[in-house]
Design a protein. Structure first.
Length: 347
């Protein structure tokens, strides 16, 4: 799909570099040796030498070769840098495809949103919250992964998943329910009062709290919905598609991770465990490495720091944790906007 549909245009999907200093250095070196560079391009990387000119040009060619190696090393350093996140606004006719698993995007931070307007609406909501901290810059939302509510195996038929996560949730002192079906009121309060809702069960969980109930909320937790097809959108003719991720976004959820198609329990458990552990590691390091982030007024600024990974930053390594990385690992996608991770003192 990457080669046949996009070809060389695939590079337009990449986010910008967070720091252009290294890239500018490479570009500057190229301009300094522009004449020799044009010579190589004109001669298709081959320059023939006669006996009279060989001794005269050998030093220049050696010097050029050394400069090219140096520039190559600098460019390798640039390639190792994490790019800025990107948000895909996909046509409804192609949104069911796993665009995030194109080779050029698989290890990048990628989000999905239904429209450009929905991106601005979500970010505007964050800016309104940021005004109480006297910050006027556009801000990304942030969550504390331990300020969570989980719903684990509500139907009681995913015993392996329950064994995998039951003690883990208890060790983290996370609030939730195991093996029982909560009421709509309980789930409504959970989505309203917590930063993150974690669901390990069948489907998207809308059989326990319908989408129209989710959409009534003024604010909504982020979602990790790891049931089969929890992130698929259903097309109904010429009408707008429907699906759990859209309900969460309309309620104000900053980010939702869900599956495009059916998955096996063991592999998606590996994915979920990898994501949760990565978030907790980042939570432990949050606000410890950057003095700017320790100030309450700067909590909404901290996602500007290039060293701060966000929720979607860990999707690539979590996919690699799956045995079937290009089947089950390709199913989870990230709806929403870039969302940071913080550590709240009261949790």
């Amino acid at each position: 799909m990457e080669d046949l549909w996009l070809g060389t245009w695939k590079y337009l999907l990449l986010g910008e570099w967070p720091d252009f200093n290294s890239l500018d250095s490479v570009q500057k070196n190229l301009f300094e040796d522009e004449d020799l560079l044009q010579l190589f391009l004109t001669k298709k990387c081959y320059v023939g030498l006669d006996s009279a000119a060989s001794s005269k040009l050998s030093k220049e060619i050696k010097f050029l070769f050394k400069r090219m190696l140096d520039m190559s090393d600098n460019f390798d350093q640039v390639e190792c840098m994490n790019r800025k996140p990107i948000i895909l606004v996909l046509d409804f006719e192609v949104q069911m495809l796993p665009w995030e698993n194109l080779p050029i995007l698989r290890n990048k931070e990628v989000y999905r949103m239904p429209s450009v307007g929905s991106i601005f609406a979500t970010l505007d909501r964050c800016c309104q919250n940021g005004e109480q901290f006297e910050t006027k810059i556009p801000a990304f939302p942030f969550i504390d992964p331990l300020d969570s509510y989980y719903l684990l195996n509500p139907d009681g038929d995913l015993s392996r998943t329950q064994v995998e996560f039951e003690n883990w949730f208890k060790d983290q002192n996370i609030e939730g329910k195991i093996g029982t079906v909560p009421t709509v009121e309980e789930l409504t309060l959970a989505l309203k009062n917590h930063d993150l809702f974690i669901y390990f069960g069948h489907g998207s969980g809308t059989q326990y709290i319908p989408g129209h109930e989710i959409q009534k909320l003024d604010s909504c937790a982020a979602g990790l919905l790891l049931g089969c097809s929890s992130g698929s959108l259903y097309l109904k003719g010429c009408y707008m598609p429907q699906g759990a991720p859209l309900s969460y976004l309309l309620a104000g959820s900053p980010v939702i991770i869900a599956n495009l198609w059916e998955v096996t329990d063991k592999d998606i458990d590996r994915f979920g465990k990898a994501m949760l552990n990565a978030w907790l590691r980042e939570r432990s390091a949050a606000s410890a490495e950057c003095a700017q982030c320790n100030e309450p007024a700067n909590h909404y600024k901290y996602t500007k720091c290039s060293h701060k990974p966000r929720i979607g930053s860990f999707m690539g390594q979590a996919r690699d944790a799956c045995t079937l990385g290009f089947l089950i690992g390709a199913s989870p996608v990230c709806y929403g906007v870039p969302t940071g991770i913080i550590k709240r003192k009261n949790v």
